[in-house]
Design a protein around this ligand. Structure first.
Ligand code: NAP
Length: 365
């Protein structure tokens, strides 16, 4: 694969820091530009992040002295200097939509972690193992935007990155009808640490604004079909969700209850999970986990702290599969919210888009 020059928009934030760390050694994507708000403009990455560095690994040396740009004021310069950008910013939704569209119209593709474009019908929302074919809408989006190269592609919400992958192969085989899910979500999902969110020490908060709606609706876009240049959401399975903030640093866990059209045996479910692999595994994409779904037999697994970093934080851990008295089955799922659920998932999506030919270095005609 050729080398791509990439920019990180929102580089100083929680997800932006993950991008910086993940891309420091990436074989295809080289970070040549960092941008954030006007507050960070003109500062070195080290100074702009200041005491906010939240990862246990140090800031990559190659980026520490890079001077940050302003994502809006310097947009034209950024768009012409890189092959595409990753974007994870904390701004009002309408402004994010405007910002991402503007980059795309300047012929700079945007691989986004933000929710602003998730409901735009010709913007693909891709989990690379599940719906890689949704990139088929990109030509229609380019036509709407009047671009040759520019487009926006988004990641789904971090809450659903554990339970949707586990349900996906089961739905294909046995038809999932109803799902009840309770998520137990880490504080990094709010861009916070225990130092910046003291209220979360020794506490549980039973509300995460907008999260339950996203957890119920976004899976239906993932299961949707591409028709006439748009993604038409599926109308099944039906989801109901409760999302709860718990005092852990990283890792979203989900308790799942599922009812099927054709009830499988426990062995059939386990076989589906074990044998599930897709383009990222088959094409050996650099960030793809070798085994996407790992099942743990022990009664007390998966645990957030023990399994969140499995396969570089890109695998999904599943456990405690058993029959239920009201639904057919119940089980537990876990994924790393800022890796698979955010920056890592976006990097894998960019690898997929490059593999499919939707991202090209600008120097290639
Ligand atoms: P965060 O830690 O609060 O970081 C916010 C970033 O946005 C900072 O880089 C900040 O730059 C930048 N920013 C703020 N105002 C801006 C402006 N006017 N122009 C340009 N940049 C601006 O937030 P986060 O947790 O990384 O989340 C970022 C996005 O990713 C959000 O849309 C969030 O919903 C999404 N997301 C987060 C997670 C997660 O697990 N954390 C998971 C999935 C998706 P300054 O430092 O200069 O202020």
């Amino acid at each position: 694969m050729k080398e791509f020059k990439v920019g990180i928009i929102g580089a100083t934030g929680m997800v932006g820091q993950r991008f910086a760390a993940l891309l420091a050694e990436h074989p295809w994507f080289k970070v040549t530009l960092l941008a954030a708000s006007p507050r960070s403009k003109g500062k070195t990455y080290r100074d702009a992040v200041g005491g906010r560095w939240a990862l246990t690994t140090p800031m990559p040396e190659t980026l520490a002295d890079m001077v940050c740009l302003d994502a809006t004021a310097d947009m034209e310069e950024i768009a012409k200097s890189v092959d595409f950008v990753f974007c994870a910013v904390d701004m009002p939704k309408a402004q994010i939509k405007e910002l991402e569209t503007a980059y795309a119209k300047l012929e700079c593709p945007v691989v986004s972690n933000n929710s602003a474009h998730r409901n735009t019908a010709d913007v693909p929302m891709i989990i690379p193992e599940l719906n890689p074919q949704h990139s088929d809408v990109i030509p229609a989006q380019r036509q709407r935007l009047g671009t040759k190269r520019g487009f926006v592609a988004v990641k789904s919400n971090c809450s659903l990155q554990s339970y949707v992958p586990a349900l996906f192969p089961l739905h294909d085989e046995f038809g999932v009808v109803d799902v009840l899910v309770c998520t137990y979500q880490a504080i990094s999902g709010a861009g916070k640490t225990f130092d910046t969110w003291a209220e979360m020490n020794d506490n549980v908060i039973p509300f995460i604004g907008g999260e339950e709606e996203k957890s119920e609706l976004e899976p239906l876009k993932i299961w949707g079909n591409v028709k006439n240049g748009e993604i038409v959401s599926a109308n099944a399975p039906r989801f109901t969700a409760q999302c709860i903030r718990v005092p852990v640093s990283d890792g979203h866990l989900a308790a799942v209850f599922a009812r099927f059209k054709k009830k499988p045996s426990k062995e059939q479910i386990l076989e589906c999970w074990k044998s599930f692999s897709a383009i990222p595994q088959e094409a050996n994409l650099p960030s793809a986990p070798k085994q996407f779904l790992h099942y743990f037999e022990e009664d007390n697994m998966p645990q957030t702290k023990l399994q969140r970093d499995l396969e570089g934080g890109m695998a999904v851990s599943v456990g405690r599969l058993r029959e239920d008295t009201q639904y057919d089955y119940k089980f537990i799922c876990l994924s790393h919210n800022t890796l698979r659920g955010a920056a890592g998932g976006a990097v894998l999506m960019a690898e997929l888009l490059a593999y499919q030919g939707y991202l090209e270095p600008v120097s290639v005609a």
